[in-house]
Write a protein that binds this ligand. Sequence first.
Ligand code: ZN
Ligand code: ZN
Length: 247
Amino acid sequence: MAKIMKIPFLKILRYLLHVLLPRTCAHCREDLRYPDDGPLCPACRANLEPIPELHCKKCGVPLDSGGEYCFNCRGHKGGVALDFAVSAFVFNPELRTLIHEFKYRGRRGLAGPLGLELAKAYDRYPRLKPYNFAMPVPLFREKEKERGFNQSRLLAEVLGREKKLFMLEGAVERIRNTPSQTGLTKKERLENMNGAFKVTRPELVKGRRVLIIDDVATTLATVSELAGRLKKAGAAGAAVFTLAREP
Ligand SMILES: [Zn+2]
Ligand SMILES: [Zn+2]
């Protein structure tokens, strides 16, 4: 009985809070009209762009015309350790705002709704199914301390819970704090990442298909380096799934 009473009371409380302290859309800053709205208002939410059906089978970048691979991937499909990468959304202004608030402005609570978006998009990619060990991209320890959390881990936790994936943690460490990737060419980025990760517990990786989770995919330099280390340690596969894809 007590339980039945509790729900409407909480609902009323939430509604009152909503009226007294109106929340705003993370992107356009309009007031949110309903307690269940957010972090984006319905208009901004509708602007999120799922990755189209037509995307590169290797790196996940949307393709303008037909074909299976983008121009960059056509030449060296076999050369990279990464099996493939897919993403939930295009990295557009609305999503950029959400990820910025999440990562740099400490809105840790956004992990919930963003992780659920990731879980929804997961169902569109049956190719991800065999990769049943989720692994967040490890952050350098000092960086994680500074931020207070690892955004990839929080996303992976929500996805793992929703899709019943095993969490693969403590197998890899980031042993080098890599300088910012901004302004570097793809080749420089790959060199920049060289030796950034160390598989500290190969027995956790061996024979497993690993799904590397990250917030944004850009050149895939970081995740390719990680995938290479995993494969060397005996992983049976390494694919990447990110929330956003920067073209
Ligand atoms: Zn909005
Ligand atoms: Zn590609």
